[in-house]
Design a binder for this molecule. Structure first.
Ligand SMILES: NC(=O)c1ccc[n+]([C@@H]2O[C@H](COP(=O)([O-])OP(=O)(O)OC[C@H]3O[C@@H](n4cnc5c(N)ncnc54)[C@H](O)[C@@H]3O)[C@@H](O)[C@H]2O)c1
Length: 383
């Protein structure tokens, strides 16, 4: 596919120099020269926002005080931004999404979609009627070997799926860290800002999206047990969710932020009636394939045996490590392809694969079904 020579002008809401994930977005967006940062309201603190703008070469007159002002003023400029990236705390996703979409600007938003199911459905209506590109940064599906697993499952390498298990353990909330001055742990454990779900929303949604992405199977119902291992914490920090999937398959998700010893140990194991596949974020360039009556196979990123699904997003030769930034950047490349197509009134090519508004809403449905189940003594709840 050909691109515009000009990189796509983008702006950011959140992601200032003192924020968490914003810098990963900025680096990944610009990694392959498809995007150029031009505007922002980078922080809730105007001084930090201005400092961030100056440091990153954004003209001070395009550093704004509010996202509404930014959406309006950028939409009026002939060289205004074409897409906005939203990396604010969860309760501050919905407002900017609606503001930028209403001005015809494409949106890239971090997960979870927002903090309540009601708000998620409202956003869905707004986005679906807009004709704008909307991408959720479920970043782990940007790893080539995650795409490889998806393609191999779809072509039947492990037969019919019987069970899918996804784990996402972290350990940084194993103590009451929200009682320190670290802002990102304060909002993450505050139901008014994070949403009623804690870990289930913060990283459970990543695990859920991964399971859906790789298996392609819909989830019919779930039974969840959400716990706060840390006393007096207002949201869950550990979640175990049993799933009933299509085709009589079953699933299991474990997400924890109080699992001492883990950093970001996302991994999956998918079992079919003819084989199984295993991948881990801690060693992302390796995918293990086990098939009945065959020796186990190690598939490495970029190697000759990989399929086009992973090769098309492999950026450097096999053996040189690719990691988190590249996976994130692969999603940005998918967004660039979609934005290019939509802005030129072309169809988005069928191989372009990125999580959209439906995946955002699905994640929210997963969170709130899990909360409902847990409150009813792990009762099975339909999705
Ligand atoms: N995709 C991933 O793997 C991933 C990883 C981490 C965080 N996230 C998501 O990204 C979002 C941000 O998380 P974080 O860890 O970076 O949080 P953070 O608290 O570190 O950063 C939030 C940023 O938003 C800014 N902000 C707050 N209110 C604002 C406003 N009204 N206007 C402009 N900026 C404002 C803050 O000043 C800060 O810079 C959350 O939704 C989180 O779930 C996703």
């Amino acid at each position: 596919m050909t691109y515009h020579k000009e990189p796509i002008r983008f702006g950011m809401v959140g992601g200032g120099k003192t924020g968490g994930i914003g810098k990963v977005h900025r680096t990944s967006a610009e990694m392959f020269d498809r995007f150029k940062l031009c505007a922002g309201v980078f922080s809730s603190n105007p001084e930090i926002s201005l400092e961030s703008a100056l440091e990153w070469g954004v003209s001070p007159d395009r550093n704004y005080l509010s996202y509404d002002e930014m959406a309006l003023r950028e939409s009026e400029r002939p060289d205004g931004i074409r897409v906005v990236v939203i990396t604010t705390p969860n309760h501050l996703h919905s407002g900017p999404i609606q503001s930028f979409i209403s001005k015809g600007i494409h949106v890239i938003c971090d997960k979870p979609l927002t903090n309540t199911l009601e708000e998620a459905r409202k956003i869905q209506t707004v986005v679906q009627g807009s004709g704008r590109v909307f991408m959720m940064t479920y970043c782990y599906t940007g790893y080539p070997l995650v795409r490889e697993a998806k393609a191999r499952i779809a072509r039947g390498d492990i037969g019919s799926i019987k069970m899918a298990k996804v784990e996402y353990p972290q350990g940084h909330l194993a103590t009451p860290i929200e009682n320190t001055d670290q802002k990102q742990f304060q909002w993450r454990t505050d139901p008014a800002r994070s949403g009623e779900g804690g870990t289930i929303a913060d990283i459970g949604t990543h695990a859920y999206h991964m399971l859906r992405f790789v298996t392609g199977l819909k989830v019919k119902s779930l039974s969840a047990e959400l716990k706060s291992f840390v006393k007096n914490r207002k949201v869950d920090d550990n979640a175990i969710v049993n799933l009933r999937l299509e085709n009589d398959a079953i699933g299991l998700i474990w997400a924890s932020q109080a699992a001492i010893g883990h950093e970001n140990s996302l991994n999956f194991k998918i079992y079919g009636d003819n084989g199984s596949l295993e991948w881990s974020h801690t060693d992302p360039s390796k995918l293990w394939l086990f098939q009945l009556d065959s020796p186990k196979q190690l598939i490495t990123r970029g190697s000759a045996e990989t399929t086009i699904a992973s090769r098309r997003i492999t950026n450097i030769p096999a053996g040189h490590p690719e990691g988190y930034h590249e996976a994130f950047a692969n999603l940005y490349l998918e967004a660039a392809r979609a934005i290019y197509a939509v802005d030129n009134k072309l169809d988005i090519p069928s191989e372009v694969d990125y999580p959209g508004i439906e995946e955002g809403v699905e994640g929210m449905e997963f969170v709130f079904a899990s909360i409902a189940s847990s409150r009813q003594n792990c009762a099975w709840v339909n999705l």
